[in-house]
Each structure stands twice: as C-alpha cells, then as structure tokens.
Write a protein that binds this ligand. Structure first.
Ligand code: ADP
Length: 177
C-alpha cells in the first residue's frame, strides 16, 4: 500500500530489485570495493553485465554510509546508486551509518533530478542487521530527509521475501497510519 507524505509516495513492493523497469534509480547494497558478490550486489551485477564492475571499481573503496552512482548498463533503469551499509555489531553506531546510506542515496538521486528510486533492505542480509530494526531506521531516515528533496516523487522498497515485505508494511503503517 502506498503512503503519501510531503508529495512523495512511499511504497513497499515484494520482488526482485533487478526487475524494476518503472523506476529511475535502483540502490545496490554494495561492498566497499564495489565488486560483484553475494546477495543483492551479485544479482545486480549479473543483471547489469560486466561493464558495471568496470565502471564501479574505480569509484571505490567507499566508507560505510557512503553512496556513489553509476549508469545502469543492461538494467532497465537510468542509474544504480551503490551504498555501503554497516556490518551489524562491527561498524558503529550502526543506526547512524545505515541512516546515512538512505540519506546519501536520496540526495544523490535528487541531485540527478530523478523522480523514482528503489531500495533493497540494506545490511539485512550478509551484514546481519535485524530486519525490524533496519526497517525502523530506514523509514525514519527517509522521513527526515523528505522535506529537502526536490525531484523525487516515489520511493520504493523492494523486498525479496514475504516476511521482509510484511515487516516493512507494518513499520510504514506505524509511522504513517
Ligand atoms: P548486505 O550485505 O547489505 O546485508 P545483502 O545483499 O546480503 O546485503 O542483503 C540485503 C537484502 O537484500 C536482504 O534482505 C536480501 O534478502 C535482499 N535481496 C537479495 N537479493 C535481492 C534481490 N534480487 N532483490 C531484492 N532484494 C534482494
């Protein structure tokens, strides 16, 4: 279900982030070196093709909370924003770093005058961030930056599993009843 706030829609979707053909920018939960790997980064690099690594690697290494942008190559989107989330229990304070990922990605997409962006649940896979906690941080960081955005109109969360989707729906409902 979509929720409208500050003229911006927040929408949870269940699915694969590499298949979002109606979205301008997708976000990658990247590693510091901006290489392919497991999880969502592997899926994005496989779908975008080898030119993505060639374009991304020279932009790294990046720090936790940082975001950089590349073309989307074979993906149906305009750009890919690569964010490095915190490793839960290691990169501290993890909530602040995770919040920085969402804020930096949104600022970058807005600077590029994009109107829609899709996020995966950054750090909740291999990096071990509990999904409920991560969803709270994600939505509250997004809400805090909404007033600064000029061109973004739709912010999607693309959740792979039904449990992750349900948790994000509950959290969004709690924030915007
Ligand atoms: P991190 O290293 O930041 O934890 P992961 O890629 O391991 O990143 O996981 C982040 C989240 O992305 C997990 O919830 C995982 O289930 C999800 N995920 C994995 N593949 C995809 C995909 N193709 N589309 C959307 N989400 C995905």
């Amino acid at each position: 279900m979509a929720r409208l706030i500050n003229h911006i829609e927040l929408i949870n979707r269940q699915g694969d982030i590499t298949k979002q053909s109606d979205v301008d920018v997708i976000v990658n939960a990247a590693n510091a070196q901006l290489r392919t790997g497991g999880g969502v980064a592997g899926a994005i690099h496989r779908a975008a093709g080898p030119d993505l690594e060639r374009a991304a690697i020279p932009l790294g290494p990046i720090q936790p909370g940082e975001a950089v942008i590349t073309e989307a190559f074979r993906l149906p989107n305009k750009y890919i924003i690569h964010c490095l989330g915190p490793v839960y229990g290691k990169d501290k304070p993890e909530a602040k770093i995770l919040g920085n990922c969402y804020r930096e990605a949104l600022k970058l997409a807005d600077d590029y005058q994009m109107t829609s962006i899709a996020f995966p649940a950054i750090s909740t896979g291999i990096f071990g961030y509990p999904v409920e906690e991560a969803a709270k941080v994600a939505f509250s960081s997004i809400m805090a930056i909404l007033p600064e955005l000029k061109s973004i109109r739709k912010i999607y969360f693309v959740l792979f599993g039904d449990n992750d989707f349900r948790i994000h729906e509950e959290e969004l409902k709690r924030l915007i009843p």
